[in-house]
Design a protein around this ligand. Structure first.
Ligand SMILES: Nc1ncnc2c1ncn2[C@@H]1O[C@H](COP(=O)(O)OP(=O)(O)OP(=O)(O)O)[C@@H](O)[C@H]1O
Ligand SMILES: [Mg+2]
Length: 503
């Protein structure tokens, strides 16, 4: 195939990056089709213009490179700039400039959009930042839950010892209630730090969302129109219904605030989407290709600028007054979604509104919902129970809680010692409750040791939060259930009875 001048021209015109040839005085000599599209001018218009006419401010900031920029720092001269279009919109681009050989004061600039790259970089930074905060919060939460277990346990014990008509009962109730509130806060922190003790169920969230929207409609002012488009045939996802509820409510509450007193529209969409070659999405989520259920929450409220957008998922970041916002809403949403192996993207412009897209991985197969039954009375028993925790106060709290229900309890503050007790008299216990994280020997190692002496002895594993225990391997060494600190007397009593009866 001959490669004549015409063909070179065609290749230049069709190139996938914007290409500009210009002189040092700003005259544009040539521009290809993408260059015209990038700036929003026709070819004819563009060639009539001078780079200085297009956007003086952009030129001053050096959008096409200072004339001799490359002479100083070396050719090709490259930088990231904002390209301002004819209609005023700007787009981040990467510009690479070379001087044209044998043509004095003439340059060729290749301009490529980096909008998507920047959005990905931001998402990655966000993921790393949340990871770090999560690790820190998780560590604190663990110790905090141990402390709360003691406060709540002793609070209950003191209350039980007081005569019913004592005025002090109310005071002790205040301690217990504050402890419960603190435990709730820790639970929220664990949600965004992704170390919660979650049990996911296969869900068709379209039904759930419909229900939530019915409730939401009632809480929206009549100036906000609620539009929805939920595909009834959406795939199943693995999730916790109360968490989906939390995600949707947080996103919708933010949208409601953004619309404020004005009239506006809140749009909720749900549909399956195949995530193909990632480049096709303008705002690509950090997830692998595959089938996803995508929840869209869109409003035409006040929107946000870039500066706000990079911080919205940070815990405690809020632009609302102290009374209105804690800044935890989106941090929790983010934590929940990443925990479900999904992702969330946001796009927004000041004055034009905001769109959030939540991607949840679809699961294949036919699923049945599992009904959960709750016991109402506190069950009792007289079995012999060994409680192992390196924190003496936890041991004593549990001992007193269980003795109240009739059990015969021995405590031990060292896992090594517990193993020795067992070796000496393997038949003297009906149940072991052990902490997971202990120095010398972990709860799992202790379970393995116990199992080698008495392989059918049931064990309950306790911890401040889920340590990613391999549940199958844990079951092999006798772990029958998991107790998360802090727990109530009821939770403990119900679990102990259930485990003892399942033997
Ligand atoms: N739909 C939206 N439109 C405009 N700005 C939003 C939108 N959603 C979130 N934001 C911005 O993100 C910030 C953080 O949101 P987030 O939900 O985490 O906290 P909050 O709403 O301020 O407080 P909280 O949810 O704890 O009551 C908000 O303060 C607001 O500036
Ligand atoms: Mg919020």
């Amino acid at each position: 195939m001959a490669t004549g001048q015409d063909q070179y021209t065609q290749w230049f015109l069709d190139a996938a990056d914007g290409i500009y040839v210009y002189r040092a005085d700003g005259t544009i000599v040539a521009a290809n089709s993408l260059a015209c599209k990038q700036l929003g001018y026709t070819q004819g218009e563009l060639l009539q213009l001078n780079l200085y006419d297009i956007d003086a401010a952009a030129v001053i900031s050096g959008i096409f490179g200072v004339k001799d920029g490359g002479d100083k720092i070396g050719w090709p001269y490259s930088s990231r700039r904002l390209l301002v279009r004819k209609d005023g919109y700007s787009e981040p681009v990467e510009i690479k400039i070379n001087p044209v050989q044998n043509e004095k004061d003439t340059f060729i600039a290749v301009v490529r959009s980096v909008t998507e790259e920047i959005s990905l970089e931001r998402q990655l930074q966000q993921a790393l930042k949340m990871e770090a905060i999560g690790t820190l919060a998780g560590g604190i939460a663990h110790d905090f839950n141990n402390i709360l277990a003691v406060i709540l346990g002793y609070g209950q014990i003191v209350k039980d010892q007081l005569p019913k008509d004592s005025a002090t009962v109310k005071d002790v109730d205040q301690i217990i209630n504050a402890g419960i509130r603190a435990a709730d806060l820790i639970k929220q922190i664990l949600t965004f730090s992704r170390q919660g003790n979650d049990e996911f169920k296969p869900l068709r969230i379209q039904y759930l969302i419909k229900e939530i929207l019915r409730f939401l409609r009632a809480s929206l002012p009549s100036t906000i129109e609620l539009e929805k488009n939920l595909d009834p045939d959406c795939s199943v996802v693995l999730a916790d219904p109360s968490q989906i509820h939390q995600v949707l409510m947080n996103l919708c509450t933010n949208a409601k605030h953004a619309i404020g007193e004005n009239s506006g529209t809140l749009y909720i969409g749900l549909q399956d989407q195949e995530i193909p070659v990632p480049e096709e999405l303008p705002c690509r989520p950090l997830i692998s290709p595959g089938r996803y259920v995508v929840l869209t929450v869109k409003d035409d409220g006040h929107g946000m600028d870039d500066e706000t957008m990079v911080r919205i998922f940070d815990p405690f970041y809020t632009t609302k007054g102290k009374e209105t916002g804690t800044g935890l809403g989106l941090a929790i949403v983010y934590g929940i979604i990443r925990n479900l192996k999904g992702d969330i993207t946001v796009s927004s412009r000041p004055g034009l509104g905001t769109e959030f897209n939540v991607y949840l991985p679809a699961v294949e197969g036919d699923f049945q919902a599992v009904a959960v039954q709750e016991k109402v009375v506190l069950p009792r028993g007289d079995e012999r129970i060994l409680v192992v925790d390196d924190e003496a106060t936890i041991c004593i709290t549990i001992k007193r809680m269980l003795e109240k229900e009739g059990y015969n309890v021995t405590t031990c503050n060292s896992s090594l010692e517990a193993a020795t007790i067992f070796r000496k008299q393997p038949e003297s216990f009906d149940l072991v409750i052990t902490d997971l994280t202990m120095p010398e020997m972990t709860g799992l190692e202790l379970a393995r040791e116990i199992e080698s002496f008495q392989d059918d002895l049931p064990i309950i594993l306790m911890s401040g939060f889920d340590h990613n225990v391999n549940k199958k391997r844990a079951a092999d060494v006798g772990i029958r259930d998991y107790l998360t600190k802090p727990f109530t007397q009821r939770e403990l009593a119900v679990m102990v009875r259930k485990v003892l009866e399942d033997v």
